[in-house]
Design a binder for this molecule. Structure first.
Ligand code: ADP
Ligand code: MG
Length: 590
């Protein structure tokens, strides 16, 4: 609590400095702070888009332009009140962002940044070439903002508006990231595969952060238009778009406060360089761009996470959150009757080019049964898991789950039906705590949207989701590590985190890919006990495992695969006695 109080003190000092700044500082510095505030609003969008979501955009300046030009045009040509042009600008920006997002966000790797450069340039030329927008000369005579009786004429008066908006957006962004939707956004970074398997609609999550980042930029543009009372295309060019990205990266691309630090550093540095470099070089020109380029390389080499984490070393660490166990448990799915048919795989085949990884494999799993899938490395077991769970669909064959054909459904829709899985090569978000990772598993058990999250209207549901995550963590024997960074755990324990995450989904079928690998003897026993309890509850379990003692002591039935084909199926004793299996799989041992 003492640490939280310290953090509070810093915030109070910061706020007091903000309130006093325009009263004591000379005009020049107030103007500088105004610009820092405007830039930070845009950089904040990039923190969420690039730092948290992993999507790079060079085109944010164009969205600033959309906000600025919409207001400039509507106020000067149609006499609309500036307060009405804000929602109008947001609407225009949202429409453009969603359309662009639908096209560009499908692009992968470096095609996405290239796409953002393309539309950044296009919008810039659009501003410059539309006669209605004043061409390259732009639009003058934009009215100032009127706040009740106060006219925000000067930079000093505008200062409070800019910084109030910025702090509001910082708060909303923090709230958003610390929520169910926020975890889904952070999960995007680890590749869409895991997130989809946990039921996250990743294309939607991408469009959401893309649009939100564009809306932030648009708000900044609206403020800019009424501060300057004049717009032309120059500030909305690709160069400025790159500078916004600089700010986010230098400040700390994954931290909301990093946006302010980055905007501050770059703006002040640019000012300073523009004064000094031409004197040093002896002629005028935009030499600061070269310094920025070098700075960027330095940051990427030496301080990948930006300046903010370095600043944070001087400050107390935030206190770990305590989970309220008294919040109401989440509703549970009604499980199919024990012994009833849960999963039927029929003639499942998967080809990778010429390689047949699964060759017409058929088997079933019943509710309340542990079915083991064994076979040597490369037999096709993980491929089969991917096919069943929709992560990497089968080439042919049929999969029926709870009476429904699922072989052509998306992974997230299969997850919604009650199938949950772990990955042989763990797919966890290493920097996030164990409880946050596990809570991703409960994604489909919450409803609250990002809007609710941003204004903290999701706290009741969030408490229930975290409680569920905590319960599953304790069940998997990870209570001690609940708040630790997941990446710091030994691999065996990380596998247990994957199981807890799968259980947080409240599944009726659990697919476990080598869950006991890397566990010590006692941990394996605890895991076997847990799986027995789940089986007794009526959950079906499909298990891939190499430890034969573990498998034979636990499984009700066993399927053996070799070279992609099903070799045998039967009770553990039968399998152990089956000559073909002994020959193929246990051969060397027997
Ligand atoms: P297991 O889990 O039984 O050890 P896998 O299912 O991982 O086996 O692999 C089965 C075969 O399919 C292996 O020969 C593997 O190299 C191949 N394979 C798996 N995934 C891919 C992929 N994405 N592309 C190409 N080949 C793959
Ligand atoms: Mg495997």
């Amino acid at each position: 609590m003492k640490r939280a109080a310290q953090g509070m003190h810093f915030l109070l000092v910061f706020m007091a400095a903000l309130v006093l700044a325009p009263l004591v500082l000379p005009e020049f510095y107030v103007t500088l702070l105004n610009y820092i505030g405007l830039y930070a609003i845009v950089a904040l969008g990039l923190v969420m888009l690039t730092g948290v979501g992993g999507l790079t955009s060079f085109g944010q300046a164009a969205f600033v332009g959309l906000g600025a030009y919409t207001s400039a045009y509507l106020t000067t040509v149609h006499g609309v009140s500036p307060w009405l042009t804000l929602p109008a600008g947001l609407l225009v920006t949202a429409a453009v962002a969603v359309s662009l997002g639908l096209v560009t966000l499908r692009l992968s790797g470096h095609f996405l940044p290239l796409g953002t450069i393309a539309w950044g340039i296009s919008l810039y030329y659009l501003f410059g070439n539309l006669a209605a927008l004043g061409g390259h000369t732009g639009i003058t005579g934009i009215p100032s903002l009127q706040l009740f009786d106060l006219e925000l004429k000067s930079g000093r008066e505008f200062f409070y508006l800019i910084w109030a908006v910025l702090l509001l957006i910082v708060l909303a962004t923090r709230n958003l990231l610390d929520s169910r939707e926020g975890r889904a956004i952070r999960a995007l970074r680890g590749g869409s595969l895991m997130a989809e398997a946990m039921g996250v609609n990743t294309p939607r999550a991408k469009i959401v952060i893309f649009t939100v980042a564009a809306l932030y930029a648009s708000v900044s543009g609206w403020l800019y238009a009424h501060l300057q009372r004049f717009v032309n295309p120059t500030p909305f060019s690709l160069t400025q778009g790159i500078e916004y990205l600089f700010m986010a990266v230098v400040g700390g691309v994954a931290h909301v406060w990093g946006a302010i630090v980055g905007a501050g550093l770059i703006t002040i540095l640019k000012q300073w360089l523009q004064d000094w470099l031409p004197r040093l070089v002896g002629e005028s020109g935009n030499f600061e761009v070269i310094v920025f380029g070098l700075l960027m390389i330095f940051v990427l080499q030496r301080a990948r996470d930006g300046v903010w984490p370095i600043v944070m070393r001087w400050f107390p660490k935030p206190v770990a959150r305590v989970i309220a166990h008294d919040s109401q448990p989440l509703a549970r799915r009604s499980l199919p009757e024990s012994g009833s048919l849960l999963l039927e795989v029929k003639d499942a085949s998967k080809r990778f080019g010429g390689l047949v990884a699964n060759d017409r494999v058929s088997f079933t799993v019943r509710a309340g049964e542990v079915m083991a899938l064994i076979g040597p490395n490369g037999a096709g077991k993980s491929t089969m898991f991917n096919g069943i769970s929709g992560v990497d669909p089968l080439s042919s064959g049929a999969v029926t789950f709870r009476g429904k054909r699922i072989e052509s459904l998306l992974a997230r829709d299969i997850a919604r039906l009650g199938m949950s899985r772990t990955f042989q090569h763990v797919r966890l978000l290493a920097g996030m705590s164990v409880i946050e990772n596990v809570a991703i598993g409960a994604h489909l058990r919450g409803r609250k949207s990002f809007v609710a999250a941003a204004c903290r209207a999701d706290r009741h549901e969030e408490a229930r989701l975290l409680r569920e995550a905590a319960v599953q963590i304790e069940r998997c024997g990870l209570a001690e590590q609940m708040y630790e960074a997941t990446g710091s755990l030994p691999l065996g324990r990380q596998r247990l985190v994957e199981i807890a995450r799968a259980l947080a989904a409240d599944p009726c079928l659990l697919l476990l890919d080598e869950p006991a690998a890397g566990l010590r003897y006692l941990e394996k026993q605890a895991l076997a006990d847990l799986l027995r309890r789940l089986r007794a509850e009526g959950i079906g379990i499909l298990l891939v495992e190499h430890d034969m003692d573990f498998v034979m002591g636990l499984a009700d039935r066993v399927v053996v695969m070799e070279f992609g084909r099903k070799l045998a199926v039967g009770l553990p004793e039968e399998i152990q006695r089956n000559p073909a299996v002994v020959e193929a799989y246990l051969g060397g041992v027997e």
